[in-house]
Design a protein around this ligand. Structure first.
Ligand code: SF4
Ligand code: SF4
Ligand code: FES
Length: 251
């Protein structure tokens, strides 16, 4: 059966579920409570399909399919947690964990910085099985006071490049090289201060490994007291400006 009333359906882990035309397999699956791991995915960005961690099995397809880019088709049969895709995901996480200088980074580094470590733990991927050549060269020489650029911990998910282009419209950073020579860079391989960067912090916010970090936050990691999250009225930067109706604050 491939329709549910007037809505088309897919078979998701054996259950017939409706989808909205244009919806990706990942969107439909998560809407129905499936927990599919992702790394290059950010719901604010266009689907990219780079990390292959979100793969699922689709009946009739020769290889696992990236669920974040594949659109639902009526009658499609999808398995989100088969042994085959779980082995694939674990191997991927082992490769990423082996390739980065470190997996565990300070929580203050950025909002998304724990994503990679959490997935490495979930897949018990600290095996070092693929230790060897590493990609990405850090830029400790970058003199900007806001953003740490530690590309030894980069996994080339391009979330930073895409958020800069798609959300900020800035195009301040890009990718150069291929394979192990892949490197996030700014024009002429220079410093962020000399680029179109406005230091909005969106790239730091989305980086899942801590390769990009908030230098101001990290400088305060030894300040005693609890670290708190803040609701802010402005999504532009990481300062966290709050709305208050007190006369003192509005005068
Ligand atoms: S801080 Fe903002 S403008 Fe600068 S590179 Fe990051 S996303 Fe682009
Ligand atoms: S710096 Fe972070 S967000 Fe950018 S490509 Fe590398 S891991 Fe992804
Ligand atoms: S999250 Fe789908 S390929 Fe990366």
């Amino acid at each position: 059966m491939s329709t549910n009333g007037t809505r088309p359906t897919i078979v998701l882990d054996g259950e017939n579920v409706a989808f909205t035309p244009g919806e990706t397999v990942y969107e439909a699956a998560t809407r129905h409570g499936k927990d599919i791991p992702t790394l290059c995915y950010d719901p604010r960005l266009e689907p990219f399909g780079g990390c292959r961690l979100c793969v699922v099995e689709v009946e009739g397809a020769r290889a696992p399919v990236a669920s974040c880019t594949a659109q639902c088709q009526a009658g499609m049969e999808v398995r989100t947690r088969s042994a085959r895709v779980e082995v694939h995901r674990r191997t991927l996480m082992e490769m990423l964990a082996s390739e980065n200088r470190e997996v565990d980074v300070d929580e203050l580094t950025s909002l998304a910085s724990q994503e990679m470590a959490e997935l490495v733990d979930r897949y018990e991927a600290r095996t070092g099985r693929f230790q060897g050549r590493k990609s990405g060269a850090s830029r400790p020489d970058d003199p900007n006071p806001f953003i740490m650029r530690d590309y030894d911990n980069c996994i080339s998910c391009y979330r930073c490049v895409r958020v800069c282009a798609e959300q900020e419209g800035d195009y301040a950073i890009s990718v150069k090289g291929r394979g192990f020579d892949t490197q996030i860079t700014v024009e002429f391989d220079g410093h962020l201060k000399e680029s179109a960067c406005t230091f909005c912090g969106q790239c730091v916010h989305t980086c899942p490994t801590g390769a990009l970090g908030d230098l101001k936050a990290l400088a305060h990691r030894d300040v005693p007291g609890e670290t708190k999250k803040t609701r802010t009225v402005c999504p532009y930067c990481g300062v966290g400006v709050r709305w208050t109706s007190s006369p003192a604050a509005t005068s």
